[in-house]
Structures are given as C-alpha cells and as structure tokens.
Design a protein around this ligand. Structure first.
Ligand code: 13P
Length: 258
C-alpha cells in the first residue's frame, strides 16, 4: 500500500482573510515555479474560519491544487451553539480535512477523548477527513507514558466506523518550542499508533492511514522525518506562515533526492 505523503500547514489563529489570500498565492506560485508534483505530495492549509471563504474563492478561481482544511468543528450539525462552526459549513466551502483534538483544543478548551470522538463522528457525517491530533506532554513522557498517543487514538475511534483518517502525532513538548522530537522518537511512537490501529481496525485500515509528525518542523529537519517508514507527512505550525519555508517543506523530496 502506498500512502500519498501529506504536508499540512496549521496556521492556528494567525492571518486575516487578506493575508490568507496573499500567503496561499505565494505558496502556489513558489510551488508551480518549482514544477511541484501535487499528485506525489498532497499540500493542505488550515486557515482560521474567517479566511476560508476567501481562500476557497481564490483556489477555485486560480485552479490551485492546494487543499483546504479547517482547524476545528462542532460536534453538532446546527442549532443553538453560539460561536461554533458546523462541519456542514466547512464541507460547503470545499474543505476536505479538519483538525480534531489538537493539543491546544484539548488544553485551552478542555476537549477530552469523548469530545474528540464526537467531533470525529461529525467530520465523517460531512465527508471531511479528520486529522486526529494526539501526543504526550513532557511530564507524561517522563513518567513513561509513551503509549498515550495510542490510547488517545483508540479512544477517539472507539465504536467509530470510518474509511478515511489521518493521525498527527504531535508531542506537546515539541509544539512551538523549537524542541524537535528526533525522527527516531517520532517513528517509534508512530509505529505504535499504526500497530494499535491494526489491532483495533484491521491491518488494511492501518496500512492505508497516513500518520504525520508535528512539532517544530522546518525545511531543514523535514527530510529526516520523511525518511522514516511509518511517517507519512508533517503538520506544520509556525513554519507554515512563511511561504518560502512552507514551500521548501513541501519540496522535501528534493532534499532526500527522490
Ligand atoms: P509548530 O510547528 O509551531 O511547533 O506547531 C506544531 C503544531 O501544533 C501544528 O499543529
């Protein structure tokens, strides 16, 4: 089974809709100047909600091959949920992916495994591919909880039937800190996640599910992750806000000569 590598930029709460247009244009132009092969490597950006309509219009009008995703969704579809965003709205804006359970949602917004599971189900209802984010804190790592990501993954998928899933392993201690997990550390956890998926959802599902690494990824370290057999892509925070840097991350194959 070949898994198409996925390079995703999580913009977090950065850039308004005009800045979003400028950044997407620059990424697309830089990649097209470099004859980038979007069939070989999928490129996704997840701007803030308020940018999505402008981003969609631009991508449509220009025929860009960059794919849109959102950073979160409600576990409900409609109704009295002030401030929430339905997966239905995201689908209508041609979002194909949605981040679910990012550590910033878990810690700042108190989302637990149950909430994450309900959001995964909402994503499925609206044909959005969930990018399920998991990862341990430094404290949890130091107390030997190396299988926490496996537990979070399985808890989020308990009783859930789904065809398409992306998992992002983002050790909390490596997010926005400049502290990068080594490629070997990331591969170790990611291969445990794949094994857990095989045991709970079957070998075929585990084999086709893409599992990404996230946490202080830059153009100068992306290749080390992408060389690992179980790492199928990266989820990039800070470095995804710089068009040159993000385009260089997407072009990682040139760094490793494939
Ligand atoms: P940084 O790349 O800024 O460390 O952020 C990682 C992240 O949280 C992506 O979702």
């Amino acid at each position: 089974m070949t898994r198409t590598p996925l390079i995703a930029g999580n913009w977090k709460m950065n850039l308004d809709h005009q800045q979003a247009i400028a950044l997407i244009q620059k990424i697309a132009w830089t990649l097209s100047d470099a004859d980038f092969d979007y069939e070989a490597v999928e490129v996704v950006v997840t701007p803030p909600f308020t940018d999505l309509r402008s981003a969609q219009t631009l991508i449509d009008a220009e025929g860009f091959k960059i794919v849109l995703g959102a950073q979160d969704l409600s576990d409900n579809d409609s109704g009295a949920f002030t401030g929430d965003i339905s997966g239905e709205f995201l689908s209508r804006l041609n979002c194909q992916y949605v981040l679910v359970g990012h550590s910033e949602r878990r810690t700042i917004h108190g989302e637990d495994d149950e909430k994450v599971r309900l959001k995964i189900q909402a994503a499925i209802r609206h044909n959005l591919i969930p990018i399920l984010c998991v990862g341990e804190t430094l404290e949890q790592r130091n107390s030997g909880q190396m299988d926490l990501s496996v537990k979070q993954t399985l808890a989020a998928l308990e009783g859930v039937n789904l065809e398409n899933l992306v998992v992002a392993y983002e050790p909390v201690w490596a997010i926005g800190t400049g502290e990068v997990a080594s490629a070997e550390q990331a591969e170790e956890v990611i291969s445990m996640i794949r094994k857990g998926l095989a045991e709970s959802k079957g070998a075929e599902f585990a084999d086709k599910t893409r599992i990404l690494y996230g946490g202080s990824v830059k153009a100068n370290n992306v290749a080390s992750f992408m060389k690992m057999p179980n790492i199928d892509g990266v989820l990039v925070g800070g470095a995804s806000l710089d068009s040159e840097e993000f385009a260089n991350i997407a072009r990682y194959r040139e760094h490793i000569g494939v």
